[in-house]
Design a protein. Sequence first.
Length: 309
Amino acid sequence: MALRHRVSVRHFGELLGEDALSRMASKLGLQPRPLSVRKMILEFGLPLQPTHLALMWLEGDFPKHPVNHAPNSKDVPVNAEGGVQLEWEDSGKGSQRRATAWTLRFKVGNGQEQFWDTNFPGVGEPLDFETRYSWSVVPENEFGEGPSSPVFTFQTEADKKPSSSPPPPPPPPNLVGISKLSLFNCQIERHTVFVWVRDVTGNGPWGLIQNIPTQYNESGQCPFDDNGILADSVAILTRNGEGGGFVCTSGNIYQVSIVDPERPTCDGRNDPTIGNCVVEDQPSFFKFNVGGDEVTVMLENGRLSPVPS
């Protein structure tokens, strides 16, 4: 290590130790005195050592709190943003041995090691669930690069999302059978809605059947167009799919769901399983019977209501 300061012969002799000073004393008349390690650091500087660093996490929502993890940690939390903040401390703060820069060595699983240069003690890295990570920090100051800190290896937690969606609600008992269901879109918001149907009895999937533009005109009339002309209803449940309706089986029960992707809480999604996108405030079930009546309903105020006679 190169000396960076001018020193007197006396001072240089002090650094050489007691034996050397004793040999020099008779020639130079020096009186040796102790010199602390800290004073040597302050005078000449030393490269940082691994023990000068402490590795930790900052976890949780604001305000975050430091949490230490051992190198063989398991189930390290992954926060909602998909990342955990890596942090470390430099115990040389306030002296010439403090670091002025760090190199973060980071590796995902058995992948290739990655390097990031940083001038502050902390770096955020997005993390995945159920993944093994390794990382260490190499400090550097004006006197040189210190040895690497210990390597930390950790395993992140498993994804806690539910494995399946909750079961759909059961249909009400004693439904009266109908031979056809038609619909008017009289929502006061004047949005286009999308009609989905599923066969409850046959445990069938949701299927998109119709999209219906608003039939609520600017004069407050429904079902009328802007010229005041009576609009046609749209087929939903049918015997043979007439008018684009869903082909039904006599005796089966069907659930109808009306989706409005323009609802403020829907974020533009067209999905009958997302409650924030569904217009109705309660599930709508219908039993199909080829001998039943044809029924026309009106979508208004979050309900499928009978059309006034």
